[in-house]
Write a protein that binds this ligand. Structure first.
Ligand SMILES: C[S@@+](CC[C@H](N)C(=O)[O-])C[C@H]1O[C@@H](n2cnc3c(N)ncnc32)[C@H](O)[C@@H]1O
Length: 191
């Protein structure tokens, strides 16, 4: 039975125990929580790149109230134990997820079938080609897109790919509204 939306501080009681802060810094968690909390009930949410589920734990805790239709994608290659940890964690907070245990480029059919997404997170492969592919897979079908590690000195290819994608295709219909630490947030201005 859906209850009252948990405040951010309560959400972080679980989220801060998952993985390490660098996988999703607290200020990024808060920006992500704010976006998720503003979505309507039954909104469609997509996440590419899950690992142990720091970002997913925020989706799951908000979804427990808002009953999101949530598609999650990760091949869980490294570390392999992340898969069971993610499943156990999500089963405890929001078992109604759909998990694709594969790379995002193998998930294009399901992404098309489940579109449009109210909110999507790109945090999977961080190489230039991976990020560019995810931009092409996600932006055309989403109202709001978050990209993690945008501007991170460890992953300069993420910002390069997103900026190139935006320059080539996106700026007519998306505006970058915010960057919380390394979480870039793009909002659609027109379909
Ligand atoms: C940085 S971690 C994600 C962190 C997660 N969002 C969190 O908050 O804890 C990146 C994840 O992306 C996955 N990954 C790598 N390449 C991918 C791809 N092409 N498609 C989907 N997931 C991918 C990895 O297996 C890894 O679990």
């Amino acid at each position: 039975m859906p209850g009252k939306l948990k405040p951010f501080s309560e959400v972080m009681e679980l989220t801060s125990t998952i993985s390490r802060a660098g996988d999703f810094y607290p200020d990024e968690c808060e920006a992500y929580y704010d976006l998720l909390s503003a979505l309507p009930d039954k909104a469609r949410v997509l996440e590419i790149g899950l690992r142990f589920g720091r970002s997913s734990s925020i989706v799951g805790q908000v979804a427990a109230t808002k009953q999101f239709r949530y598609l999650a994608i990760d091949p869980f290659i490294h570390p392999p134990e992340a898969r069971q940890a993610w499943i156990k964690m999500m089963d405890g907070i929001y078992p109604q997820y759909e998990l694709l245990y594969q790379y995002s480029h193998q998930s294009l059919r399901q992404i098309i079938e489940r579109r449009p997404f109210d909110l999507a997170l790109i945090d999977g492969g961080h190489r230039y080609d991976d990020t560019m592919l995810d931009c092409h897979a996600v932006f055309p079908h989403s109202s709001t897109v978050c990209i993690h590690d945008y501007g991170s000195p460890i992953h300069p290819t993420v910002k390069k790919a997103v900026d190139d994608y935006m320059d080539a295709t996106g700026r007519l219909t998306f505006t970058g509204i915010d960057v919380a630490n390394t979480l870039a947030i793009y909002c659609r201005t027109a379909w």
